[in-house]
Design a protein around this ligand. Structure first.
Ligand code: SAM
Ligand code: SF4
Length: 341
């Protein structure tokens, strides 16, 4: 018998440990593959979205999330697609957010819906939010998101800042000749708003048409060099439980992070798994090893023991790491909006 979230029993020894001795403490849940934007690095122009009947219900997501917490997961991030476009999404935040043992409840969003949701998210226990923003220019934003309006995202960021979350962070995917000349502008924006910023190397997930990923590759080291010409960057041992390597700028609140799947592979310390909106438990972002948890929750609606045992057993197929190669067509045909970035 496993401890349940109701009993909130202390964890003595890690339960979710894979073949390489890595301890899984972090679950990311993609609550929908749909989105109000169409970022060129994330989605193809014409996407086939999962039909509503194939999606996990919000109740099923809560049940799976709680099973993970019972097994020692302390951090859950809600992602997508755009999580805040899923109907009745506050139910999930309010229900999962109060799970005993869940210490860190976070969200990744494009911010367009934050003016509407920021206050309720904070009340539901969301402590930190990551917000995607790759450019500060209206025309570029429209191109990168295939017709989004930057004002919606900027207003969302203002709403989040005014609400007063523990931490806010900008995520910026840097593409050579698309936005690499805005690195400093983005840092200045983060500094002015006293929020963190992470720069991300694009990952080859799913086929896209607008650019050649090998040609637009801009490494974290290149981004670092651009910033270091203008700011002193002090390495920081701080971690938010994710793959970002952080640096501090003296006397400023803003931390600068780098997520570098190509140049500084972080698989050795991987502590996470991902649940897709249709209930597939992905053991690695860059591999297809997975377990169908929708089938388990639907076949055994009253038996969490089987659900927990399936999750424990899944650790046996967690791969060593991704094998991203920008010089070849993407091996992983699944786009990031399905994956839950
Ligand atoms: N819609 C929300 C958002 O944009 O923040 C959440 C989902 S989005 C898939 C999560 C993160 O993945 C975003 O920061 C986005 O920039 C990033 N992302 C999407 N496709 C990517 C790719 N191919 N390589 C690297 N990061 C990617
Ligand atoms: Fe939507 Fe986020 Fe993907 Fe952009 S990165 S298309 S906002 S899911």
């Amino acid at each position: 018998m496993f401890p349940t979230s109701q009993t909130d029993a202390p964890q003595t020894k890690p339960i979710l440990v894979d073949r390489f001795g890595r301890h899984v403490t972090y679950l990311r849940i993609s609550v929908t593959d749909r989105c109000d934007l169409r970022c060129v690095y994330c989605m193809a122009e014409k996407m086939q979205f999962v039909s509503h009947s194939q999606l996990l219900t919000l109740e099923e997501m809560v049940r799976i999330g709680q099973a993970f917490v019972d097994l020692g997961v302390t951090k859950i991030r809600i992602s997508g697609g755009e999580p805040l476009v899923r109907r009745n999404i506050l139910y999930l935040f309010r229900t999962l957010g109060v799970t005993p043992g869940l210490n860190d409840f976070t969200l990744t969003t494009n911010a367009t819906q934050l003016p509407k949701f920021a206050n309720d998210l904070k009340k539901a226990g969301v402590t930190r939010i990551n917000i995607s923003l790759d450019t500060l220019r209206q025309d570029r934003f429209r191109n990168i998101t295939r017709n989004g309006d930057i004002n919606n995202t900027l207003q969302g960021i203002e709403a989040a800042v005014a609400t007063g979350f523990e931490r806010l962070k900008i995520n910026a995917v840097i593409l050579k000749n698309h936005n690499h000349d805005e690195i400093l502008d983005l840092v200045e924006y983060a500094v002015a708003h006293q929020i963190d910023i992470s720069f991300i190397e694009e990952m080859p997930l799913g086929a896209i048409s607008e650019h050649n990923r090998a040609e637009t590759y801009f490494s974290s080291d290149q981004t670092f060099s651009v910033i270091r010409k203008h700011y002193e960057l002090l390495p920081s041992m701080e971690t938010t439980g994710g793959p970002s390597r952080y640096f501090r700028i003296p006397d400023l609140k803003t931390r600068i992070g780098f997520i570098s799947p190509h140049s500084h592979n972080f698989c050795d310390s991987c502590n996470r798994v991902r649940l897709t909106a249709e209930g597939r438990l992905l053991l690695c972002l860059g591999q297809e090893h997975s377990v169908d948890l929708r089938q388990v929750v639907r076949s055994y609606p009253d038996d969490d023991e089987i659900l927990r045992q399936t999750i424990i057993d899944s650790m046996a197929i967690k791969p060593k790491g991704h094998e991203f190669d920008l010089s070849k067509d993407p091996v992983i045909t699944r786009h990031m909006n399905h994956t839950g970035g």
